[in-house]
Design a binder for this molecule. Sequence first.
Ligand code: MN
Ligand code: MN
Length: 312
Amino acid sequence: MSQLSAFEYIRRGQLPFFRLATAEPDETCDAVIVGVPWDQSVTYRSGARFAPWELRRASALIQTHHPVHRLDVFERLRAVDGGNIAIPPFDARAARSVIQTEATRVLESGAALFAVGGDHSISLPLLRAVREVHGPIAVVHVDAHFDTSSGELWGEDFHHGTPFRHALLEGLIAQDGLHQIGIRATWGSADEASFAADRGSRIYPMSRIDDGGIAQIACEIRESLGNAPFYLSFDIDAVDPAFAPGTTIPVAGGLTSRDAIRLMRGLAGANLVGMDLVEVCPSLDHADITLHLGAQLLYEGLALLALAKRQS
Ligand code: MN
Ligand code: MN
């Protein structure tokens, strides 16, 4: 349940997330990090299925002491690498089913779930699992896109552009509990801009971040979350392609890596019960820029959990 030293990690030649032990989730775990290697639901560039392996490699460089929160994240948390969810590669419905089952198993053990995609379609079964265990809760969704498209364009209702439409329609998210940050991509139809807003979603487009800064927005979201449990879904394309080139659908004009980290740190004290990091495509990355940011964002999520544990 402990963490390997950097030396032991090199000695063993294994690549668990953050040099943690690999273990099955049980009631002693605070956090279980699982890979979700699914990218068959993308509308553009594929490759996100390999992110769990590559993010393990990048995460091995991250040390345990948080430079701002001033705590030892992996001393505070019993965190393990839960391995990857074994997904049937040709059947999206079966994939959603196994992802939901495995996520539910982790959450029912009492641990927080950190799911490493994979494309953004995995968030729908993950949110279904969260609802099963925690009921409908607030969701912080960081993305260049609304991800509330319908099946109209592609004749397929379930892909990486639709998870939040289904989540809202299925009542997976608490009333007025969806916060969408970093939105800036062009829309396919006028309805795309209004679908979530009409259902109480709070939208923080890039224009608002440009005007008011990310710190103010983090503060607003933090206040709104209170002490209630919340889920965080981080699509790496929320970050500008200059800082995160390795992604499925890059969109110019996004968050800086500093904005992304500041947003995560600004949620300190909030009650995180699950997080996903999606749309990281290692084969499209340059010099591991996206991987190192992705690993840092996962660490920041784990730090939020560690902070909440210190307070309780
Ligand atoms: Mn996106
Ligand atoms: Mn997305």
